[in-house]
Design a protein around this ligand. Structure first.
Ligand code: AFP
Length: 335
């Protein structure tokens, strides 16, 4: 990390001028989303002192009970982005269908997808949560749900914000991964890592072990070998972490390596997995790959999956290259 800490604005202006050549509309989009994350952080940090905890008394398209902060974060992102002229439309975990930019505002060339508050089950227990976002180019014509059904390889930008002990924004525009920490005294994002790299090897896996009896054979084999430790086929001991917020588990991997898995399981065999492709798996896969990691669904690169539905789910294995390659190989041996 260079000693000079620059602001998000300076970084984006340099990217606009430099190799990445990010267009002005994309630069504006990122600044607007980053500002919205600051507003979400303010609401998250109120906790019991503000009317932000507990259930909103409604359900989202996934049939999950919405927390008040899910709804607040969703509204903050919509209100921040609808007037700027950089977007054609938005899609959110919290909305059944996409939202086209209202006619009273100019339409832009980008599509923004987001999980406004990932890890909602952690809100009331004061454990890290976050916002995940993905950016696609609108291919023209009227904006519909189908406009968003582009593979992860079509993403032009992805990022997340972790609302934890620090408030950290992690971002890629396809030229590596950078991290910014919120300087609360100035209210500005300050670069704290300029070249995030995920170690190819790790001794740390993240999976919800309570689902073990439901996993497919390749996942059971991989985890059993990790649990066997140095006396087993892996020849080394492993540690386990599970924050139950993808954004926090992925941030740990971006920071020190590891493998994160939320695989298919036999509880609902027709569901490919729990996590959503468009606004959880794809943006996280883009970031992981840009940091030198790997992201597959066990059989193929997540970013090459052709989406068929806005809220479709996917099995996720991502992180340190050599570990994800190994568990992917175990899946492919069974094909
Ligand atoms: P919530 O937003 O409902 O808490 O779900 C979070 C999440 O989608 C993802 O962020 C976690 O990795 C995963 O679910 C945790 O799932 P389990 O609660 O089944 O472990």
């Amino acid at each position: 990390m260079s000693t000079k800490r620059i602001s998000l604005t300076q970084y984006l202006i340099e990217q606009q001028r430099g190799e990445a050549q990010i267009p002005a509309q994309l630069r504006l989009l990122i600044e607007v989303v980053a500002r919205a994350c600051k507003r979400i952080a303010i609401n998250v940090n109120k906790g019991a002192l503000g009317d932000v905890l507990g259930s909103a008394g409604s359900e989202n398209v996934q049939g999950e009970v919405q927390k008040k902060l899910d709804v607040i974060a969703n509204e903050v992102l919509i209100e921040a982005n609808e007037w700027g002229g950089h977007l054609a439309g938005m899609a959110s975990e919290e909305m059944d269908d996409m939202l086209a930019v209202p006619n009273r505002y100019p339409q832009g060339e980008y599509l923004l997808l987001f999980d406004p508050l990932d890890g909602s089950s952690n809100i009331d227990i004061n454990v890290s949560i976050g916002t995940i976002f993905s950016v696609l180019k609108h291919q023209g014509g009227p904006v519909t749900n189908e406009s968003f059904l582009q593979p992860g390889t079509a993403q032009v930008c992805a990022g997340y914000c972790v609302y934890g002990p620090q408030t950290t924004l992690v971002l890629t525009v396809g030229k590596g991964v950078v991290m910014f920490t919120l300087d609360r005294e100035q209210g500005s994002w300050v670069m704290t890592e300029d070249n995030v790299r995920i170690p190819e090897d790790t001794k740390e896996f993240a999976i919800n072990m309570s689902n073990m009896r439901h996993w497919a054979t390749p996942v059971k084999r991989y985890i059993d070998e990790c649990l066997a430790g140095k006396d087993g086929p892996r020849g080394k001991d492993f540690n386990m972490r599970w924050v139950a917020a993808m954004v926090a588990d992925v941030h740990r991997i971006m920071t020190r390596g590891g493998i994160f898995m939320y695989p298919w399981d036999k509880r609902e065999p027709n569901k490919p997995g729990k996590l959503r492709l468009m606004y959880e798996a794809n943006p996280m896969s883009f970031l992981v790959e840009q940091a030198g990691g790997v992201a597959t669904n066990g059989l193929q690169r997540i970013m090459e999956i052709q989406p068929t539905q806005l809220h479709e789910r996917v099995s996720v294995m991502l992180g340190s290259r050599n570990e994800v390659d190994l568990v992917t190989r175990y899946h492919q041996e069974l094909k």
